[in-house]
Write a protein that binds this ligand. Structure first.
Ligand code: FAD
Length: 405
């Protein structure tokens, strides 16, 4: 393993760090108090500046206008960007657009790349991903109710999705729908591109989320498809490959989330330590002198470092040996980092006392939004059992045991 970085990358990380601190931190109070929409024009200017600095699309190959970072290099970049809730958006590597870019690059035909991918890469539009449904378990994406039935060169889509991040104002949705109910379960669904102005498609609701509704990119939408007709040429990849494409999307997607969460941890840690040294409990004694707080600091530092090196190791494994070889690592970091982040946020918030639950720091926002990290892209329990099953299968094979029951 080699986690060494080039002097060029080191410069870029420094540039990103300074940009996030100097340009994005000052926007956070308005984001927290007035919402994402209030920042749109200003964020556009920040995005233009990121382009001028040559930092746009860190995760995308140079030939498509990105920085061409390896996954491990992007992990380091993502840690810097994750320190602000606006970081990934400003650099155009935010979920769910980053995942949609990846699958369009891999599976899109030339026309789909021109119509859907290019404006996404340019930051002219946003998109969303519709897989999860209110009436079916998101944990089992082979079972869903949304149907796409062929009719004279079109797919007619009927169904309902929810938790489509950024669905409010998205120019298109990549929707997962059953195209062949009689096929084996992993080959029943397909992914289809649905422009938001297609008749029969609508954003039925913005899902209230931990006491907040949000808007635009910073919200989650419930989507309705009622006899929504799109040309069959909007099929992404082969018919029946929806589940496989979703798996390919979610592998790197999970590691992208984990990289960002380390950034959240680092920001929370910085805020916790800063508050601990500055806050006085008496005229002579500071909060940092309390052993409880010292424990929070030591435990958090150790846990963040452990999580960070697990994420870098997973990214390095994918870079060297491909996503399939890193399946255990991806499952393990998904729940480990999500839980580390939740613990670190909880401690940082506690150290801030009443201030911690106000919107005068980003801690309450992180605390509120990142609890969901233990649920989306696979709940903790699903990742724990699937990693454990793979590990135990190897032991069973070595012991000549066929079935564990
Ligand atoms: C903030 C947020 C953003 C999201 N963004 C998107 C998006 O952009 N697009 C999209 O399509 N979806 C999105 N989702 C949906 C998300 O991926 C699902 O919520 C997730 O897959 C879980 O599905 P579910 O909510 O239906 O829970 P269920 O599948 O009903 O599971 C409920 C609980 O049951 C337990 N459980 C389930 N299966 C097992 C198992 N095999 N073993 C043990 N325990 C189990 C777990 O504790 C789980 O939390 C988002 C969700 C959130 C909260």
């Amino acid at each position: 393993m080699d986690f060494g970085i080039s002097p060029q990358l080191s410069d870029r990380l420094q540039q990103a760090r300074e940009f996030v601190q100097n340009e994005l931190y000052p926007l956070e109070p308005r984001f927290l108090q007035e919402g994402f929409a209030s920042l749109s024009p200003e964020l556009q200017r920040k995005r233009d500046r990121v382009k001028e600095l040559g930092l746009w699309l860190p995760q995308i190959a140079r030939e498509h206008g990105g920085l061409g970072l390896t996954l491990m290099e992007h992990a380091l970049m993502s840690i810097e960007l994750g320190k602000s809730p606006l970081g990934h958006y400003a650099f155009n590597c935010q979920a769910p657009d980053a995942g949609n870019m990846e699958i369009l690059l891999q599976y899109g035909n030339p026309d789909q790349k021109k119509r859907f991918l290019q404006p996404l890469l340019d930051g002219e539009i946003r998109s969303c991903f519709g897989m999860t449904e209110p009436d079916y378990p998101g944990s089992n994406p082979t079972w869903m109710g949304t149907m796409a039935v062929k009719d004279g060169g079109y797919y007619v889509i009927n169904g309902r999705k929810w938790w489509a991040t950024g669905g409010d104002g998205a120019a298109f949705v990549v929707v997962m729908a059953i195209t062949d109910p009689g096929a084996p379960e992993h080959f029943r669904a397909s992914q289809i591109l649905v422009p938001a102005d297609t008749p029969g498609f609508s954003v039925a609701a913005i899902t209230p989320f931990m006491g907040h509704r949000g808007e635009e990119w910073a919200s989650h939408a419930e989507l309705s498809f009622e006899s929504c007709r799109v040309p069959q040429s909007n099929l992404l990849g082969a018919e029946g490959s929806g589940f496989l494409i979703a798996q390919e999307r979610l592998g790197p997607g999970r590691i992208h989330h984990c990289m960002r969460w380390i950034g959240v941890c680092e920001r929370a840690f910085e805020l916790m330590c800063d508050r601990a040294v500055k806050r006085r409990l008496t005229p002579e004694r500071r909060l940092a002198a309390q052993q409880f707080v010292q424990g929070f600091v030591a435990e958090s530092r150790a846990e963040i470092d452990a999580a960070k090196y697990m994420v870098l190791h997973a990214a390095w494994t994918i870079d060297q040996r491909g996503a399939k070889a890193a399946r255990d690592e991806i499952s393990l970091i998904k729940f480990f980092v999500a839980n580390t982040m939740n613990r670190v946020l909880d401690r940082a918030l506690q150290v801030h006392g009443g201030l911690g639950v106000t919107d005068y720091t980003p801690l309450a926002l992180f605390y509120r939004t990142e609890r969901a990290a233990r649920i989306y892209d696979g709940a903790d329990e699903v990742h724990k059992t699937s990693a454990a099953k793979r590990i135990l299968r190897r032991y069973a094979e070595a012991a000549g045991i066929d079935k564990l029951g």
